[in-house]
Design a protein around this ligand. Structure first.
Ligand SMILES: [Zn+2]
Length: 88
């Protein structure tokens, strides 16, 4: 069972959250003329081993979007912060 320490609600089971994807992706500029950049942003995903930054939303709690730094091998969570305060 994965437990996520929500900054608003405290520690909660991961069942209360929805995974929102890779938080390390950088969205291309709106007018980026290179289709390959958009293709990679929308469809291509890595399968990282080790530390990974992920978006999670606390859907049955405060509904905040969070950035969770989680090790994909051990599921240990190094940090949790609000997504709105996360650097791009
Ligand atoms: Zn919460």
């Amino acid at each position: 069972m994965l437990r996520i320490e929500c900054p608003c609600c405290g520690p909660r089971d991961h069942d209360e959250f929805r995974y929102g994807g890779d938080a390390s992706l950088v969205r291309p500029a709106h007018d980026d003329p290179v289709p390959e950049a958009w293709y990679r942003y929308v469809y291509v995903r890595k399968n990282p081993v080790g530390p990974h930054r992920e978006f999670w939303q606390h859907v049955t709690g405060c509904r905040q979007w969070l950035v969770v730094e989680r090790d994909t091998r051990t599921h240990l969570i190094a940090s949790v912060s609000f997504a709105r305060k996360s650097p791009a």
